[in-house]
Design a protein around this ligand. Structure first.
Ligand code: GLY
Length: 387
């Protein structure tokens, strides 16, 4: 890390904070900092928690989604997964609202011999990393989920991959942040971040709102915030279409989070069954398409045919904040007073507790957790030829 990125340079005992983005990441950081006694203003171009925080499925799938080449990210994901139960309990106590953390694990099913071969390969990779993942026969998988397709070829059981209701998390964070004294500015787009020390702050509605520290937590919209002279962050929107069916909450057709080829399904306590998600490079295109919805329903129906009779209650589009290497951007920027907490891609809800923790430590103590160190924005800067 270069000199100018040194975390201690931003420490002041109780700095004033401006956070750009009132998604779960911005709200959680604001909550932590306000609790520590900072004056915190959070600005959002729309309503709090209505971007990716609202669109997400709430899977805490560090093991099921582990991919080769992302071993460093896996450490951060696993740490955040470990933090979730205490974070949820603390958030519920602070807000008085439930977030429905369901510690019921995830099942990844193979429907064909080809799927099973791929899944065995994934299992070998997960075992090599020491992840808690167990191979199940078709009969064992069906014992856990009796409505699974009959042509099952095997499954992986991920007992530590749970889920939380992300919309309830966003509502609880908003309540907890407000109770802690956060000043929330909705429908207040930040047009520019001023980084010169004499006028450091954010421009909102043509006025400068000064702050000691600015946290850019605008998710997929992070690149649209002018932070010049700092280079724009390499974060782009990755469109995902989703839908929800309504199960009978007293007799749900699914109990665990379920991954099948081409889809995942997340059963909520109230009977909502979330089905996701497409992955589309279409910018901020909000269009639901027949092809996208058809693909989701077809894949879901193949894994769990009993969904056929369930009513569709919602269809929506969300935007994952994808960075160039699909990993989050956490920590200092190249200028004093501006820090980043964005680019969480597929893992915004999973990474929430660890993001709030490392960002609060950075801002309050000047200490960057070694787990977060590989995710600095400096990794995207061109290296000198001699390096
Ligand atoms: N983490 C699930 C998704 O991005 O669709």
């Amino acid at each position: 890390m270069s000199e100018s990125l040194s975390p201690p340079s931003i420490v002041k005992s109780r700095p004033t904070i401006a956070i750009v983005g009132a998604g779960v990441v911005g709200l959680a950081i604001g909550w932590r900092l306000a609790e520590a006694g900072c004056r915190v203003d959070i600005f959002d171009s729309g309503k709090a928690g209505m971007g990716a925080s609202h669109a997400a499925a709430g899977m805490l799938a560090a093991c099921a989604e582990a991919e080769p080449g992302e071993e460093t990210l896996l450490d951060l994901n696993r740490e955040s997964q470990r933090l979730w139960p205490a974070f949820a309990a603390e958030l519920e106590a602070a807000s008085g609202l439930k977030v429905d953390l369901r510690e019921s694990g995830t099942l990844v099913v193979a429907l064909t011999a080809d799927d099973a071969a791929k899944l065995r390969h994934q299992h070998a990779f997960q075992k090599k990393l020491g992840l808690p993942v167990e191979w199940l026969t078709a009969a064992e998988a069906r014992r856990r989920e009796p409505h699974l397709a009959t042509q099952l070829a095997g499954a992986l059981w991920c007992p530590e991959d749970h889920q939380v209701d992300n919309r309830k998390v966003a509502a609880a964070l908003k309540a907890a942040a407000l109770k802690a004294g956060v000043l929330l500015h909705e429908d207040a787009p930040v047009t520019k971040v001023e980084t010169a020390s004499s006028r450091r702050g954010v421009m909102v509605g043509g006025e400068l709102h000064k702050a000691d520290i600015i946290v850019l937590a605008a998710g997929a919209w992070s690149r649209g915030v002018d932070i010049a002279p700092v280079a724009p962050l390499p974060v782009r929107p990755i469109k995902g279409q989703m839908l929800a069916l309504q199960m009978d909450p007293a007799n749900p057709v699914l109990d665990h989070v379920l991954w099948g080829p081409g889809t995942y399904m997340v059963p909520r306590r109230d009977g909502r069954l979330i089905i996701g998600a497409t992955v589309e490079e279409k910018g901020f295109d909000t269009q639901l398409t027949a092809g996208g919805q058809l693909a989701l329903l077809t894949h879901a129906w193949r894994a769990l045919p009993t969904i056929e009779e369930l009513p569709i209650i919602e269809q929506w589009v969300g935007f994952r904040p994808g960075s160039r290497d699909d990993a989050p951007i956490l920590g200092p920027s190249e200028v004093e007073g501006l820090v980043y907490a964005t680019g969480h891609h597929r893992n915004g809800i999973l990474l929430l507790p660890v993001t709030a923790k490392v960002m609060a430590e950075l801002i309050l103590e000047g200490r960057l957790d070694p787990l977060a160190a590989p995710f600095g924005a400096d990794r995207f800067r061109p290296r000198a030829a001699a390096e």
